[in-house]
Each structure stands twice: as C-alpha cells, then as structure tokens.
Design a protein around this ligand. Structure first.
Ligand SMILES: Cc1ncc(COP(=O)(O)O)c(C=O)c1O
Length: 391
C-alpha cells in the first residue's frame, strides 16, 4: 500500500453512523440524503430498460441521448452548454474524482474553500497533490468568505481552486460577483476552477428550484472551468450513482482533446455508467420542471421548520442556510463534536454528523440534514435534542 493510503482519514460521519448501526430507534439525520424514495416514473424507466435487456456496456461518455438531455437542461439554466462538453459519470463523487485525475499531478497545489464535504479534500490527497485550505468564517452562525483572502491564496503556483457552493456542510453560497472575480483572477494565474455545484437547485434565494449562481453563468469561452453535478440531491436519486461533468469548450485551448482524454479516464475507472441507470436519468430530466421545484419547496419548508426549532434553543448558534440541505449549528460549551455526536446517538437516539468531519474549521459544530419526507421527524429530533440539553 502507498504511504498516502496509510494516512488517509476515515469518515467521521461513518464513525458516528457505525456507532448507531443496528439500532432502529435512532432518528438519523447524519447522511446527506432525503428519506423520500425516487419518483415512480424514474424507477419505471430503469425497470423497463432492464426488462428490454439493456444490460451491456455503453459509451464511455454516456448515452448520446442522455448527454443531449443534460446539455439541454444545463443550457436552460445557464445559457448554451454544448453537448460535447458533457460527460456522464457514475455519481457526483466520481465526477469529482475524474476531474481531479484529469487535472492534478503529484505535488500540485489545490486550494480548497473549507469546511467542506471531506471527500473533496481526500481526493487530491489520494493523487499526491497538496491541499491548501482557505476557511469560511462564521458570523452569528452564518458562514462568510473573505474573498480577498481567497484571491491572495490562489497564485500562479495553484493548479486547482476547488469550490463547493452551495456548500456542504454550511450552506454558504457564492454570489455571481464573487464567481466573476474568481474567474478573472484564475485567468491571470492560470488556475483551473473545479466547481462542485451538486446543490445548485437546492437554493433558497428565489422561487423554488431557481438555480444558485453558477460559474457557468459567468464563464467566458475557454475558461479553465470544470463543473461537477449529480442527480442525487434534487432528483432524489442518491442510490443510483449518477452524475455528470461539464468541461471547457471543446474548441478552446483549455478544452482541446479534453473530452477524448476524459473518455479514456472513464474507461479506466468505471468504463461506463449502467444503461438502466442512465435511462432513469433521462426520465428524471424529462420531469425536472415538475420534480425539482417540488423537491426544493419541500426542502425549504424542512429548513424553515428545523431552523425555527434550533433558533429557539438557548445556547445554540445557527443561521438559516441559503442553500443545501443542512443546518450547521453549535451548542455553547460543546467543543468536541465527534464525542458529542456519539453521545447523542448512544444516549438520545439522535443521529447527527460531527462538524470535525468537515475539517478542523468545523470542530465544535454539528450538521443536521433536514431533507425529511415527513417534516414531523424533524420535530421529533428537536425534542430529543432538547432532552439531551436538559431543556
Ligand atoms: C458537496 C458534495 N459534492 C458531491 C456529492 C456527491 O454526490 P453523489 O456522489 O451522491 O452524486 C455530495 C454528496 O453528499 C456532496 O455533499
């Protein structure tokens, strides 16, 4: 085994979840997924595909009709995204790993905005890159970016700037002006931007389903920009493992030959995404205009319900997140988030993710996924938290 593997950190979210394994009395809010099953037409499309016998390898880059549908969907949100910029991947996390493999050599510097979902900072480490962390900072529970600090951290030595917005775990979301400033800066330093925008439709700054500001809205022809996307969150498809990448314009210097290389990388990773899963993705996109606003409206109601409860608890610091599916909060006097999360599971049957799972910057905080089919579950969780705090 490589030395880098020996020091690979495990997931502290899993560590807490494993502590509650086999207990049916735990109310689990630790993972980033809704407990609502994928809508029937999507499941039916996958079942039909299997029954038709679509059990073979497909093109490395995905079914042409799914790539077309994704390009149409992305273009509808962000202006023209050509189909030859789209690659289908077996999940959002695989999309991100492929992007890292496509861009990073051992020793390269990657600047990451943190706290962040730990997979994003583990991937570059696996590839031997150096991760430089730039921290968001909480102000009365709301996490803020110091744009100047981030711009100063990204230099000509920086190969990749990695930004996840809306952010897991804090809900922090970039503004269009910040995206434009980062793109302009990275044009000067020659830095690639890898944008993890998997929560873009779970954004509460407009009407339900309105997309969060995207780097795609601000990008110019030929920008060194890779966007990772997923069907998991806003289409209720976590278990399907389906996502996609948008690469730079194929006829620009940044994009030239890039999609061919991405096809090879896909070949050497998963070879392709299962056809029946891709058929599910096609069905999902066909119902996106109905489904996504419904999911986003429900998430917003869940967010408001949970946040109202948390805000009413003495000693709790929290702010209403502008995007994502998480409340990130801290409790006065509680510094060790892993110990606290384990205690909440063991003694109160409440399953939350420890903030330390997202880096040292998240220590002392807890993450609560509010994506709950039945919002009453959130009330029951709040009761358990109140009890745990002796309130
Ligand atoms: C920030 C972020 N990016 C990417 C993903 C990947 O999603 P998936 O691999 O399910 O498509 C997640 C999942 O939790 C996430 O939180």
């Amino acid at each position: 085994m490589r030395a880098a593997m020996q020091v690979l950190p495990g997931s502290k979210i899993r560590e807490v979840a494993n502590a509650g394994l086999g207990r049916s009395d735990v109310l689990a809010f630790w993972f980033g997924e809704s407990d609502e099953v994928t809508p029937e037409p999507i499941r039916q499309a996958a079942a039909d595909s299997l029954l038709r016998g679509e059990t073979f390898y497909s093109h490395n880059l995905g079914l042409p009709e799914l790539r077309q549908a994704i390009a149409r969907y992305a273009s509808g949100l962000h202006g023209e995204v050509a189909v030859d910029r789209v690659a289908v991947t077996s999940s959002g996390v695989t999309a991100l790993m492929l992007a890292m493999q496509w861009l990073l050599s051992p020793g390269d510097e990657l600047v990451a905005v943190v706290p962040v979902w730990p997979n994003l900072t583990a991937q570059p480490l696996i590839l031997g890159a150096q991760v430089k962390r730039v921290a968001l900072r909480p102000q009365a529970g709301a996490w803020r970016l110091d744009l100047d600090e981030l711009l100063a951290a990204v230099t000509a030595r920086t190969r990749v700037l990695l930004v996840n917005a809306p952010n897991n775990p804090t809900g922090w979301t970039l503004t269009a002006a910040e995206q434009a400033a980062l793109l302009a800066h990275c044009r000067k330093t020659g830095t690639w931007i890898v944008a993890d925008e998997v929560y873009e439709r779970l954004y509460y700054g407009g009407s339900p389903g309105q997309a969060a500001p995207s780097f795609l809205d601000q990008a110019q022809f030929g920008d060194r920009l890779v966007v990772a996307q997923s069907f998991s969150k806003s289409f209720l498809m976590t278990g399907w493992r389906l996502g996609w990448l948008v690469l730079p314009d194929a006829d620009s210097a940044a994009g030239a030959g890039g999609m061919d290389t991405m096809g090879k990388l896909l070949e050497f990773n998963s070879s392709c995404t299962p056809v029946f899963v891709q058929q599910g993705g096609l069905a999902a996109l066909a119902m996106a205009d109905d489904l996504v606003p419904r999911v986003a409206a429900h998430m917003r109601a869940c967010r408001d319900r949970l946040l109202t409860g948390l805000e009413g608890l003495p000693g709790v610091t929290v702010a209403r997140p502008p995007g994502g599916m998480y409340a990130f909060f801290r409790i006065e006097g509680q510094g060790d988030s892993l110990a606290l999360a384990k205690r909440l599971v063991a003694e109160n049957g409440l399953g939350l993710a420890p903030g330390a799972a997202f880096g040292d910057e998240g220590e002392g905080w807890l993450r609560w996924c509010f994506a709950s089919r039945d919002p009453a579950r959130l009330d029951a969780g709040l009761d358990r938290l109140r009890f745990a705090l002796g309130l």
